[in-house]
Design a protein around this ligand. Structure first.
Ligand code: SF4
Length: 440
C-alpha cells in the first residue's frame, strides 16, 4: 500500500496526479514534485477512489479550493436535508465536503452522503468518539476503532485536533472567547479532567498507520483557533501552530499527506502574518482556513466577512478555504445559506487566484468583460460565477423589455437606454473604427 506522498517521493506519477494535472492545465511531473515536497495533497481514500471520487489537488501551485461544511446537529437531524445541502453545495461549485454531523445515526448519514459525493469528503472523527458517552470516558481504543470505521467507509480527510496540548491551556487565560472549536474544547476538557496529555497527540503515530493504509489525508485541526478578533494571533494560537508544524513533519515521515487548519477570526491587517508564519512553521504544507472572519459584528453576513478574509488568506498563503454561511454563529444553515456560503467563498478563492497571477485564472473575467462590453447578455450571464442568480436578477428588473428581446437588448433597467454608457461606448468604438477605415 503506497500513499500519493510515497508514490511521488519514489518518482511515480499516479493516475490521480495525471487527472489533477489535466483538470488544472499543469504539468503532471511538476504536481508530483509538489506532492513529494509536502506542498500539495490529493485527499483520496483508496476506497472512495474505487467508488465515485473524482480527485482534486490542494496546494499553492493550483487554484484555491473551497470546502462546504454540512451535517446534522443534536437539535436538527435529517439525512435527506443534509444530502440536499451537499448537492446544492456541489452544484454551486464546492470542491470538497465535510460532514460535521453530531445528531441522528452518524454512520448511516456518512454512508449515504459518501455514496453520493464525487468530491473529497472529510470528517472530524472525535465527534463520533464522544457520541453516547461523556468526553471524560473516551480512550485510545475507542478513538482508533472510530477512525478505522470511518476510514473503511471511504472518508478522504480527517480533522485531527492533536495539537491542543496540556501546556497550551494556561495560555488561554487572557482570551475573550476561549476555545471555540468543538473538537478543541472537548479535548481540553479531557486533558484537564485526567491531567494527562491530549490522547490524539500521544497516539499520533498509530493514527498515521491507519491514515497511511487508506491514504487518508490529515487535516491537522486548530483546536485553539481564535474565536474573535481580540484573540487573534495570541500565544495559544501560535503555540498550537508550532505543535502542528511538528506533527506535519511526523505525519509526512510516516508517509501521510497533510494539510493544516487555520483561523478563524483574524483582523485584516494580521492575515498576511498568519499565512506566512504557517507556511514557515509547517514547511509549506497546504493551509486550510475557516474564513478568516475579519470582524465580529456582522452575524447574518459572515459569508461576507469571511470572503473578505478568505481573499487575503488565499492571496498570502492559504490553498483551501472553508466556507462560512450567513447563518454562522446563529444556527444550522439551510440550503439557501449553503448556496450563499459556497458562492461567497468561490468569489474569494477566484479573486485571490486572479490577484496572484495564476495561469489562466483571469480568462473567465476577460470573456465576461468582452461580452459585457458587447451587450452580449447570453455570454455575460453564462460566464458569471452564479449564472442562475445573475439571470434571475436581470430578468426580474427588466420588466419593460419583452422576454424574447432581453438577450439582444442594448441597455438594462439600471440606467435606461439613453443613459446606457455601454451602448454609447459601443457606438463610439464603431464610429472610431468607421473613421479609421475612411482615413486609410
Ligand atoms: S443600462 Fe447601465 S447597467 Fe445596464 S448595461 Fe447599460 S450601462 Fe450597464
Amino acid at each position: 500500500m503506497v500513499t500519493q506522498l510515497q508514490a511521488a517521493q519514489a518518482g511515480a506519477i499516479s493516475d490521480e496526479v495525471k487527472s489533477v494535472a489535466e483538470a488544472e492545465g499543469q504539468d503532471a511531473d511538476f504536481i508530483s514534485k509538489e506532492i513529494a515536497a509536502g506542498r500539495l495533497i490529493i485527499p483520496a481514500n483508496k476506497l472512495h477512489l474505487k467508488s465515485n471520487l473524482a480527485p482534486i489537488g490542494i496546494g499553492r501551485a493550483l487554484t484555491t479550493k473551497v470546502n462546504a461544511n454540512i451535517g446534522t446537529s443534536s437539535v436538527r437531524s435529517s439525512i435527506e436535508a443534509e444530502i440536499e445541502k451537499m448537492q446544492v453545495a456541489l452544484a454551486a461549485g464546492a470542491d470538497a465536503i465535510m460532514d460535521l454531523s453530531t445528531g441522528g445515526n452518524l454512520d448511516d448519514t456518512r454512508e449515504q452522503l459518501l455514496a453520493r459525493c464525487p468530491a473529497p469528503f472529510g470528517t472530524v472523527p472525535i465527534y463520533q468518539v464522544i457520541e453516547g458517552r461523556n468526553v471524560e470516558d473516551i480512550n485510545s481504543q475507542i478513538i482508533l476503532e472510530t477512525i478505522e470505521k470511518q476510514a473503511k467507509q471511504g472518508v478522504d480527510f480527517f480533522t485531527i485536533h492533536a495539537g491542543v496540548l496540556k501546556e497550551h491551556l494556561p495560555l488561554l487565560e487572557k482570551r475573550t472567547a476561549g476555545i471555540v472549536s468543538r473538537g478543541g474544547a472537548l479535548l481540553a476538557k479531557w486533558v484537564l479532567y485526567h491531567n494527562r496529555q491530549n490522547p490524539l497527540y500521544e497516539m499520533f503515530d498509530d493514527l498515521c498507520g491507519i491514515l497511511a493504509e487508506y491514504d487518508i489525508s490529515f487535516s491537522l485541526g486548530d483546536g485553539l483557533r481564535p474565536g474573535c478578533i481580540a484573540d487573534a494571533t495570541d500565544d495559544a494560537q501560535i503555540a498550537e501552530l508550532r505543535t502542528l508544524g511538528e506533527l506535519t513533519q511526523r505525519a509526512q515521515e510516516n508517509g501521510c499527506q497533510v494539510m493544516v487548519e487555520g483561523p478563524g477570526h483574524v483582523p485584516f491587517d494580521q492575515i498576511q502574518y498568519n499565512m506566512e508564519i504557517q507556511q514557515e512553521i509547517c514547511c509549506g504544507a497546504p493551509f486550510y482556513v475557516l474564513g478568516p472572519v475579519v470582524t465580529d459584528i456582522a452575524p447574518g453576513y459572515d459569508h461576507i466577512t469571511s470572503a473578505i478574509g478568505g481573499t487575503a488568506a488565499a492571496f498570502y498563503g492559504a490553498s483551501f478555504l472553508c466556507y462560512v454561511t450567513p447563518r454562522e454563529h446563529l444556527g444550522l444553515p439551510n440550503t439557501d445559506d449553503v448556496r450563499a456560503g459556497v458562492i461567497a467563498a468561490k468569489i474569494a478563492a477566484h479573486s485571490a487566484d486572479v490577484a496572484r497571477g495564476l495561469k489562466g485564472a483571469a480568462e473567465q473575467d476577460k470573456s465576461l468583460s468582452i461580452a459585457r462590453a458587447n451587450l452580449d447578455w447570453k455570454t455575460h450571464l453564462a460566464e458569471s460565477l452564479d449564472p442562475q442568480t445573475a439571470e434571475k436578477m436581470h430578468r426580474e428588473v427588466c420588466e419593460g423589455i419583452a422576454p424574447e428581446q432581453l438577450p439582444s437588448a442594448d441597455y438594462c433597467s439600471m440606467c435606461g437606454r439613453n443613459w446606457c454608457s455601454v451602448r454609447i461606448n459601443k457606438e463610439i468604438r464603431q464610429a472610431i473604427k468607421a473613421k479609421g477605415t475612411q482615413n486609410t
